[in-house]
Design a protein. Structure first.
Length: 205
């Protein structure tokens, strides 16, 4: 069994440095990336697709579905991590708030870094719980199949950390995922999963 895990193509929000939350549509470059990704995915013997139900993930998948006609299961669990009150705002606004008195008071409440989250948002540990549930569900239900998972950058990073049993501090930057980056994880019954590819974007060349 292989999990082919992919981040959506570039959005206008990505390009502008905006936390998009549930919003965001593909940029002109993102639409070209999605077409190139579609042809790359044809090289994999994919049996079924799980996709975030947010628009940018669906839009990235669209060119591939024109070529493959595979069944797609849209899942809320594959949505990007919530950025709470900063959805639709620039990263610079978040950094300014984080260094303000209000921001410092807010983050002082958290004893562990991996539990930190902005108001209304999700922490790393929140997302890890969500990721573990959907991955174990897919692995159990689709055993023996090659599964394409179309999701988002932060969620994909956490998927790789979870599947490959990597520590957050040592590997989070290594697993920082480019738009349409492809990772392929070979799933073993004993849990000793192995990476065939990590964040491969050669299809964009």
């Amino acid at each position: 069994m292989n999990l082919i895990i992919v981040r959506h193509a570039e959005t206008t929000h990505n390009k502008a440095g905006i936390f998009q939350g549930r919003f965001g549509k593909l940029s002109k470059q993102g639409k070209q990336q999605a077409k190139k990704l579609a042809h790359r995915l044809l090289k994999e013997k994919i049996n079924i697709i799980y996709c975030s139900d947010w628009h940018r993930a669906k839009e990235t998948l669209k060119p591939y579905l024109k070529l493959s006609k595979l069944k797609v299961i849209y899942a809320e669990e594959l949505r990007e991590g919530s950025v709470g009150i900063f959805a639709g705002k620039k990263r610079s606004e978040y950094l300014q708030w984080k260094e303000s008195d209000a921001g410092r008071r807010w983050f002082s409440k958290f004893k562990r870094k991996l539990d930190e989250k902005v108001p209304g948002g999700e922490s790393f540990n929140d997302l890890k719980g969500r990721v573990s549930r959907i991955l174990e569900k897919i692995i159990k239900k689709e055993k023996g199949k090659n599964v394409l998972i179309m999701t988002h950058g932060k969620l994909k990073t956490i998927m790789l950390l979870y599947l490959l049993k990597r520590e957050y501090g040592k590997y989070v930057k290594k697993y920082n995922i480019a738009n349409t980056g492809i990772s392929i994880i070979n799933i073993k019954d004993d849990g000793s999963h192995r990476a065939r590819l990590i964040n491969n974007i050669k299809h964009l060349s």
